[in-house]
Design a protein around this ligand. Sequence first.
Ligand SMILES: [Mg+2]
Length: 223
Amino acid sequence: MTTSRPSISLPWDSIDTVLLDMDGTLLDLHFDNYFWAEYVPRCYAKKTGLSLTESKSKLADYSDRVRGQLEWYCLDYWSEKLALDIEALKKEVDHKILFRPQVIEFLDFLKTNKKRIILATNAHPKTLELKLMRTDFSGYFSVLSSSHEIGYPKEEIAYWEALTHKYTITPKRSLFIDDSLPVLQAANQFGIRYLLGIAKPDLQKDEVDCSPYTGIRDFSQLF
Ligand SMILES: [Mg+2]
């Protein structure tokens, strides 16, 4: 296992705004992976009488149909679709909601350097609220934006047009960090100038390939 963490130099003087994703970027994606791949299938199996394997396969099928769309991130959609109280289930395992390493130190660095910090998440507002109850990073941010209030998921160019318009963001002077390649691709196509991926969004899984973007292993690489 490699432990080297080369520093990533950015032209900070040319960056006014830092747009940050939440799940898999600020927070360990293990919570979400565990919740959707283990906990929900178990609860759904119990409710429907399906075996765990059948439950997992049915959920994977449902999930594939709306992947990358707002519904995929919508608590109300899944609560209705599965007849389960998804918000309540998330609360049952919310002790798994944790920061990724060096996040607060990075936010302190940005604050000290007077950067405007904006949370740009696909998470549903109720999920955002729940996560903030466990990891209150809101004080660092001038905007906490869920794509549900924008009307498009981050995977679409229309999202970037609407977000930058709504919050008067200059794409050429912005850095965006996200663990999703399709999302980085859309931001790139729209014209966000500086883009970084996350090499290890789920702290309990192996590193992932972020190419063509540089992947951060640890936020301390940036300051
Ligand atoms: Mg993410």
